[in-house]
Ligand binder design. Sequence first.
Ligand code: GLA
Length: 380
Amino acid sequence: METQTLEQLYASHFNAKPQFIVRAPGRVNLIGEHTDYNDGFVLPMAIDRAVWIALSPRADSQIRIHSLDLEVDSAFDLDSLTKGEGWAEYPKAIANQLLKRGYKLIGFDAVMTGDVPRGAGLSSSAAVELAIARAFAVISGFAWDAPKMARIAQKAENEWVGVNVGIMDQMASAACKKGNALFLDCRSLEIQHAPLPKGVSVVILDTSTRRGLVDSAYNERRNQCEEAARWFGVKALRDVSVDEFEGKIKREKLDEIVLKRARHIVTENARVLEAVQVMKAGNVKRLGELFNASHNSLRDDFEVTNEALNQIVECAQEQSSCYGARMTGAGFGGCAVALVKEENTQEFTNTVSAAYRQRSGLDASIYVCQASEGASVIQG
Ligand code: GLA
């Protein structure tokens, strides 16, 4: 989005020039799925699709936001926040968390727009949350602390919106660096920026199937993981190694479903740690194998793929230019991600589109994405 276009859109709505423009990206998770709420490891990257907000301060405690995409206005007062319905719950939820923690907020007028597809597993809600948090920070004059703001956004979603999500999406949107993936320890929130390998495209394969998080089996998976952690006698499944897992399940009986869920988490954490090493060493072939193994584990053990995801991943894996492919995000629909030889990207896209249409009868959206910068002030 051109800042000039956004300025014009703001001007046509509020008859003035906006003082600031902020941006927060969506993300694609390279590997480490459903590990975040198990205190484990993840490796997402911010994508070049984002939410933008142009804004100016107000003299009172009103927040007025015009959504350009939905063509609706929303207004609320920081002094009397009440729950309602719709997209404006995200800004309210962020304001509520910031106020609870003693941040002094001032009102603003804003226009907002975005191009992260909703419900696709690319974290459109985290992008809205972090863009709003960035807007509050710049307009109210407090420092941007990425992990702190990510925690606030996660809490906002847990408590106000009612989805028990982990910390990955918010951290990716808050803290990523251009050209890098983010290796995150979800227990300590320690981060390392991991440069992406050269000569490889990160390709997003959107199945065009969707499933909402709220009524999905997300919270159920979370409970099963917690049950498994209790069985192992640890705080979270992050504390169980692959060897410990295998040893104990040989000796003692664990419910079959809970065992499968735990096996995914334990092996996925090991895959993320290896992925970071092989990425550093430039071993893209092995990185691709880890992608494939992750997908199989999500399909067979964690059971969060759907047919469309399995089909599109198979179509991708069948191409010789593809190092590896897997579903990404919460699952049950949405997107997969593939690592593809850069010089063959166009051919890969065309072949996979056609093969997927033939196999599933559905049209995919396939695009190469660049690793972008986390939430930032881009003007003002
Ligand atoms: C959603 C949640 C994240 C994470 C992923 C699965 O995107 O918001 O916290 O749990 O699912 O890896």
